[in-house]
Ligand binder design. Structure first.
Ligand code: PLP
Length: 422
């Protein structure tokens, strides 16, 4: 077969883009070489519908071992007793949970997308908002943090069957104990979607959701630094409280419902090459090196937040407990869209983001979201965060000065090549 040079040239271009730029997208990271090696392996050739030891295809003896290792390592990493490593993505993991826990039309209560929540927590454009009855809680305009009394009041009002916590753009830790109390008052299942901070949670740097939440979902490619994918965890199995029955009329344990929610509920064959890469990443995340990494991610984020504040930027909630922060640009008289475009010109990648109570559209927005997971993998430390904030500020102030932007881009590129990527 002729080599597909067009695609491989594009991959080389993308590798170069990643090498010369400063990556601040809070949901991105750089997976290790061995994670990518596993993801690019012959396991991509194998069909393995079912679970280890219970497959619908022959020839699964080896992928069974791979998947079992991934399950065992995920359980060890998060202190879980049950894990499903098959979801193709975070959205797929959440879809499987919804299918396992709910009937169409059931009430759900999640964190508002425009306050930092995720599409899969009830947005009207997503399955979660179309198939179920979504309700939302948010942050306080004054403080930028969640008022749990208001979450409780909302839960008592709308009586959700699923209470969802976790976010794509919330820089504060969560009070899972309080949320469990709220869930118990209304008889809801409590789901924590820890996609963003899961690496920090795994190594004990944030509150442990598995202690209080019935079910936990995460992506594997953000702070966890694995391949793109999803994961579902539980510390304790439980009977489905709503008495949902199987088509045969049996009551089932949540673990069994969740497994079925993934396959055959929302997916076909699992991606065993990606599951192998997850296993590699979980092993890496159990190492001392990774512990040092997540500690540095957190330190870098704290320094980055205070550097932004020193330069007059408003951080929603006034700081960060995790790896990311949401910056309200309204006092700087610049939109999120213009910030994203301007920083793109100097090879600093961020994403525009709605801020709570934003009056601009999601295509324009009044904020930007930044995170330190990727730059920390690159080897950058606290002093470097101050330099990044200075570069960002210079670029935003000079957003209409092409020659200054050209100069900043050169500085970014010359600096970044000093931190080899692969
Ligand atoms: N949940 C949260 C909180 C997320 O931030 C994301 C992704 O950004 C997802 C779910 C979806 O993950 P994926 O893009 O892998 O479907």
């Amino acid at each position: 077969m002729k080599r597909d040079q067009v695609i491989f040239d594009l991959i080389a271009n993308e590798e170069n883009r990643q090498k010369v730029g400063i990556e601040l997208i809070a949901s991105e990271n750089f997976a290790s070489k061995q994670v990518m090696e596993a993801a690019g392996s012959v396991l991509t050739n194998k069909y393995a519908e079912g679970l280890p030891g219970k497959r619908y295809y022959g020839g699964c003896e080896i992928v069974d071992q791979v998947e079992q290792l991934a399950i065992d390592r995920a359980k060890e990493l998060f202190g879980a007793t049950w894990a499903n490593v098959q979801p193709h993505s975070g959205a797929q993991a959440n879809a499987a949970v919804f299918l396992a826990c709910l009937n169409a039309g059931d009430s759900i209560l999640g964190f508002d997308l425009s306050h930092g929540g995720h599409l899969t927590h009830g947005s009207p454009v997503n399955f979660s908002g179309k198939l179920y009855q979504p309700h939302f809680y948010g942050v306080e305009e004054e403080t930028g943090v969640i008022d749990y009394d208001k979450v409780e009041a909302k839960a008592l009002e709308v009586k959700p069957k699923l209470l969802i916590c976790g976010a794509s753009a919330y820089s504060r830790d969560w009070n899972y104990e309080r949320l469990r109390d709220i869930a118990d008052q209304v008889g809801a299942i409590l789901l924590a979607d820890i996609s963003h901070p899961s690496g920090l949670i795994a190594r004990g740097l944030l509150n442990d959701p598995l202690e209080y939440c019935h079910i936990v979902t995460t992506t594997t490619h953000k702070t966890l630094r694995g391949p793109r994918g999803g994961l579902i965890l539980m510390r304790e199995d439980f009977d489905n409280p709503f008495g949902l029955k199987t088509p045969k009329g049996e009551l089932r344990k949540m673990s069994s419902l969740l497994d079925s929610g993934v396959f055959p509920g929302t997916q076909g064959g699992p991606l065993e090459h990606i599951i192998a890469a997850k296993a590699v990443a979980f092993q890496e995340a159990l190492s001392d090196e990774y512990m040092a990494y997540v500690l540095q991610v957190k330190k870098n984020a704290a320094v980055m937040a205070s550097s932004f504040i020193e330069k007059g930027y408003k951080i929603i909630s006034g700081g960060t407990d995790n790896h990311m922060m949401l910056i309200d640009l309204r006092n700087k008289d610049i939109t999120g869209k213009l910030a994203e475009e301007t920083l793109g010109k100097v090879d600093i990648t961020i994403n525009k983001n709605m801020v709570p109570f934003d009056t601009r559209s999601p295509f324009v927005t009044s904020g930007m979201r930044v995170g330190t997971a990727a730059v920390t993998t690159r080897g950058l430390k606290e002093e470097d965060m101050k330099k990044i904030v200075s570069l960002i500020d210079r670029a935003l102030v000079n957003h209409d000065n092409e020659s200054e932007l050209g100069q900043i881009k050169k500085e970014v590129n010359n600096w970044m090549v000093q931190f080899p990527l692969y």
